[in-house]
Design a protein around this ligand. Structure first.
Ligand SMILES: *[C@@H]1O[C@H](CO)[C@@H](O)[C@H](O)[C@H]1NC(C)=O
Ligand SMILES: *[C@@H]1O[C@H](CO)[C@@H](O)[C@H](O)[C@H]1NC(C)=O
Length: 240
């Protein structure tokens, strides 16, 4: 308990100390702010900037200054119509990239360079009509690839050569007329393939693919249940 009259004295003693404490707090706050990666203006970021959500912002270009530590980047529901080469080169730790529901009508060969840790790539519902055979080479850890709802008329040989880890591949609702078995053979770990809703042309190329599919279904579907979707029309081709 303070004796009467000691109040002002205590205040004079305490004031400089208090000022120092305030400065210190301020300084710590500034340091912390600098240590946390800044979130690009149109996006929201989780606490550590590991998930950056830029979806549905009407973007026509990638936001600049994406945090280098980003693991998940959501760019779905925007108006992106092109990506520059090496678009994500500064995000080498990226694991999930969602570019669904944009207007991408082509992708430069180096669009996904440097993304050696990417496991999931969503390109659903864009306007892709052709893909460079080198496009997916830099993605050795890719497990899920969704290319459904595009305008792909063919898949170039070699497109899947660099994807030994791929588990699921969605090619539904494109303009594919045939598929080449050799394009799919490197996909040693594939478990789920969706190819429905394509204008198949039932010739001998497709029959060859069908044979491969039967082998694939036999190999992949034994444990995982129904894993092949949308090939009813192809299944009707007489095997002879
Ligand atoms: C990629 O993943 C590996 C294994 O999880 C990790 O050691 C490495 O640091 C990651 N690379 C980047 C650039 O984050
Ligand atoms: C595809 O994307 C367009 C444009 O973003 C959107 O309006 C449409 O609803 C999407 N369609 C589907 C089936 O997701």
């Amino acid at each position: 308990m303070l004796a009467p009259g000691s109040g002002p004295e205590l205040r004079t003693w305490f004031a400089p100390l208090w000022r120092q404490i305030s400065w210190l707090t301020c300084w710590i706050a500034l340091c912390t702010a600098e240590a946390l990666p800044a979130c690009p203006l149109p996006c929201t970021c989780d606490g550590h900037g590991l998930q950056v959500d830029c979806s549905g912002r009407g973007l026509t270009a990638l936001p600049p200054d994406l945090p280098a530590a980003t693991r998940t980047l959501l760019l779905l529901n925007n108006r992106l119509s092109f990506l520059p080469g090496g678009a994500f080169a500064s995000l080498s730790g990226l694991q999930r990239l969602d570019l669904s529901n944009n207007f991408l009508d082509g992708l430069p060969r180096t669009a996904f360079g440097e993304l050696a840790n990417l496991t999931e790539l969503q390109l659903r519902n864009n306007s892709l009509r052709a893909l460079d055979p080198e496009l997916l080479r830099p993605l050795p850890r890719l497990r899920h690839l969704d290319l459904s709802l595009n305008g792909l008329a063919r898949l170039p040989p070699g497109l899947f050569d660099g994807l030994p880890a791929l588990r699921s591949l969605f090619l539904r609702a494109n303009r594919l007329q045939s598929l080449d078995r050799r394009t799919f053979e490197p996909l040693a770990g594939l478990q789920l393939l969706q190819v429905g809703d394509n204008p198949w042309e039932c010739d001998c190329h497709l029959r060859d693919f069908k044979h491969w599919l039967e082998w694939f279904s036999y190999r992949a579907c034994q444990q995982t249940g129904p894993c092949l979707h949308g090939l009813r029309s192809v299944r009707k081709i007489p095997v002879s």
